[in-house]
Design a protein around this ligand. Structure first.
Ligand code: ADE
Ligand code: ZN
Length: 326
């Protein structure tokens, strides 16, 4: 069977990963020691054993605790560089990385420190790994829209170092409409727009991400399959869904990978893609997501080709570069 080799070897773009979610337990411990930050786990093994999640919130609590060891520009660089090396090994040739500035500014870390460290890793990745890397700033939806506006203000002096904005964190109870004004402002600024919707939340959140926030891609979006009219809209407008199978498995969105609806989304003609979300927490980077999903669901080489093509179509690289990949 040559399918696993194809999945690993094919060039691909990653459109949905949180750089703070690439922080491996070993690096959390190393940075905690380097920065003199106390963490409530005695060892790397003990920390890894805490990675047993029942839903999105149970993960987010540990994910934000892990990010507390990041203080210096070099910390953000080291985290991003470790991910970019893993991405290159999986034949990811383009990655659009989310970062959560509010997780850091709330601890007194300047947004410039965050962006400069991440951006320097992106520049080095292009030069030495051959990976094209860009940053997308995410607003935390459990915080207020006013907080999001303040974060945007702080980040705008670094406008040249990120290509767009997204919306992440606790979904249910924090619908896209809550951020209508700040997304409107970002749209005026010419930023690319994406949002998490339909991970745990209802199809109505995907509708409002599209119609109120006017996003270009929907992150996750797997709950859209419950709404035929929404499926038709996503197919018609070729709105990419950045699906994250191992994340959905670990956060109990699906009971097992065999039950995942990626095949349904693809066969309905949607621009679905495969992504790692928070690879250090969910047990796999890009190729592991492809390998496990294909093994469980019986997707074919034709689906693999479609997923790779979709990843470049859905990416924010310019059209000339896109033509070179697809
Ligand atoms: N932040 C990091 N990973 C996330 C996810 N899967 N959903 C929402 N917010 C996140
Ligand atoms: Zn995510």
């Amino acid at each position: 069977d040559r399918l696993p080799a194809l999945l690993c070897a094919m060039p691909k773009a990653e459109l949905h990963m949180h750089i703070e979610g690439s922080l491996e337990p070993e690096l959390i411990f190393a940075l905690a020691q380097r920065n003199g930050v106390a963490i409530p786990y005695a060892s790397v093994d003990e920390l890894r054993q805490a990675y047993a999640f029942t839903n999105l919130q149970s993960f987010l609590d540990i994910y934000y605790a892990g990010a507390s060891v990041l203080l210096k520009e070099q910390d953000f660089y080291d985290m991003a560089w470790a991910y970019l090396e893993r991405a290159a090994a999986d034949n990811v040739v383009r990655t659009e990385m989310f970062f959560d500035p509010q997780t850091h500014t709330a601890r007194g870390v300047d947004v410039k420190v965050v962006i400069d460290g991440l951006h320097r890793a992106c520049v080095d990745a292009e030069a030495t790994l051959g990976v094209s890397a860009a940053l997308i700033l995410c607003f935390l939806r459990h915080l207020s829209e006013e907080d999001a506006f303040e974060t945007l203000e702080q980040a705008l002096p670094h406008r040249d170092k990120f290509i767009g904005v997204g919306l992440d964190s606790s979904e249910v109870g924090h619908p896209p409409e809550k951020f209508a004004k700040v997304f409107g402002r970002c749209r005026e600024l010419g930023l690319h727009l994406v949002a998490h919707a339909g991970e745990e939340g209802p199809p109505a959140y995907v509708w409002s991400a599209l119609d109120v926030l006017k996003v270009e891609r929907v992150d996750h979006g797997v709950q859209s399959a419950r709404d035929p009219a929404l499926m038709a809209r996503l197919a018609q407008d070729r709105i990419p869904l950045t699906v994250c199978p191992l994340s959905n498995l670990k956060l109990c969105v699906f009971p097992d990978l065999k039950a995942h609806n990626l095949g349904t989304l693809l066969d309905a003609g949607l621009v679905a893609t495969v992504n790692s979300d928070d690879p250090a927490y969910f047990g796999g980077y890009m190729n592991e997501n492809f390998l496990q999903t294909f093994a469980a669901t019986g997707l074919t080489a034709q689906h693999a080709w479609q997923l790779a093509a979709n990843s470049f179509e859905g990416s924010f690289i310019d059209d000339a570069a896109k033509a070179g990949y697809v």
